[in-house]
Design a binder for this molecule. Structure first.
Ligand SMILES: Nc1ncnc2c1ncn2[C@@H]1O[C@H](COP(=O)(O)OP(=O)(O)OP(=O)(O)O)[C@@H](O)[C@H]1O
Ligand SMILES: [Mg+2]
Length: 225
């Protein structure tokens, strides 16, 4: 595949946290390339640094050393404003606990995805995302009246309405029963294929294996494929 389709490149990324007892070295030497439409699972024991790695890829945290490129642009050493712009333009996020706004309907939660990206409201795009995630019948409900699987589909629609080139998902299925987890897994694959979105999923969930193109194991601060 051409270099142009490289969405995420992490090169020799290091990250430590200061602890009362000394320095905790979490990422020692992380190298990872992710291309358009590719789905990679990031696995590893609790505390191995999966969330830390997603935060670095998502411009929420800076690595201590190494390079992080989003669509060819080095962002780890870029000024904050440039990192924020890259995050808004290129990234979508999905989390274990959905992070929906309780006071907004499913539809308005999805519409927030455009505001996060500083894009104008676009009812058609919001509807298209809702249709694609199969939640049209529930679009006027509030989160409290949705199942876990439905909430995650709303959260994914919100992440994807702004057409990110990289979707970062932290344990997106851990709160879901098997049926909902399978629905979400199949939808993530469909979204990757249809939008050319690269997807990096931190998970312990073996139910996601079958939609992954790659499995990356994070161990002692390095990735083993
Ligand atoms: N802001 C922080 N300050 C200090 N230590 C941190 C910080 N963030 C994470 N850590 C530590 O870094 C290590 C890696 O944490 P991280 O959350 O990335 O692991 P994880 O692989 O996502 O774990 P889990 O599977 O439990 O979600 C842990 O030991 C954690 O306590
Ligand atoms: Mg984590």
């Amino acid at each position: 595949m051409s270099a142009a389709s490289l969405i995420l490149r992490m090169k020799a990324v290091k990250k430590s946290f200061r602890e009362p007892t000394g320095l905790l070295r979490v990422l020692d030497e992380v190298n990872l390339d992710l291309r358009a439409s590719e789905i990679a699972l990031l696995q590893g024991p609790s505390g191995s640094g999966k969330t830390t790695l997603l935060q670095i890829a998502g411009c929420l945290l800076r690595a201590d050393a190494g390079q992080v490129e989003l669509a060819g642009q080095e962002i780890n050493s870029a000024p904050d404003a440039q990192r924020t712009a890259a995050r808004q333009r290129r990234l979508g996020f999905a989390f274990q606990h959905f992070h929906l706004i309780d006071a907004l309907t499913a539809r308005d939660n999805v519409a927030l995805g455009l505001r996060f990206k500083r894009q104008p409201h676009d009812a058609k795009r919001v509807n298209d995302a809702i249709e694609l995630l199969g939640i049209a019948a529930k679009a006027d409900r509030f989160p409290r009246d949705l199942s876990g699987g439905e909430k995650q589909r709303v959260a994914l629609a919100r992440a994807l309405v702004g057409k990110p080139s990289l979707l970062l998902a932290d344990e997106p299925t851990s709160q879901l029963d098997s049926h909902s987890a399978e629905t979400v897994a199949v939808l993530i694959r469909k979204l990757a294929r249809e939008f050319g979105c690269a997807v990096l999923i931190a998970t312990h969930d073996a139910r996601l294996h079958h939609v992954a193109d790659r499995i990356c194991n994070l161990k002692e601060g390095r990735i083993h494929e």
